[in-house]
Unconditional design. Structure first.
Length: 135
């Protein structure tokens, strides 16, 4: 079973969701057995985006074991479709999922992978500052 939770940044006691975190834990079934899981994860990531309208999103996959299954790409495709070009995406990985995610995502996403939640949120905050400062 997979569990998904959200967190949004706060500033002065108020929700200030420039960066939203989505944490996914549990076992992702191999191959086509994981198709339904991918659709559910995608819906939850999009739901977090729609609820908070962040500039950046951090998806924490560290607690999810994942070895293969191409349908997980739906998460990233759906996020890009709903969020467009402006919002930034950072991923946090562990030994449970990193090799398979690197294989799935290819070279283009390697600079978005982090091993530390703190590093991912700091990078996402830099993304926010750069986006806000751009013309």
């Amino acid at each position: 079973d997979l569990q998904i939770s959200y967190c949004a940044a706060t500033r002065d006691g108020q929700i200030a969701p420039d960066v939203v975190g989505v944490k996914i834990c549990g076992a992702y079934p191999e191959g086509s057995l994981g198709n339904g899981h991918a659709h559910w994860i995608s819906r939850k990531v999009v739901e977090a985006y729609l609820a908070f309208d962040p500039v950046a999103t951090v998806i924490d996959f560290r607690g999810m074991s994942y070895t293969w299954g191409n349908t997980l790409l739906k998460v990233f495709e759906d996020y890009q479709q709903i969020a467009g070009d402006a919002p930034h995406l950072r991923l946090v990985v562990s030994h449970l999922c990193e090799p398979a995610l690197r294989s799935l995502l290819g070279e283009s996403r390697f600079d978005y992978l982090h091993h530390s939640l703190t590093d991912a949120f700091e990078a996402a905050q830099r993304d926010v500052r750069e986006w806000l400062d751009s013309p």
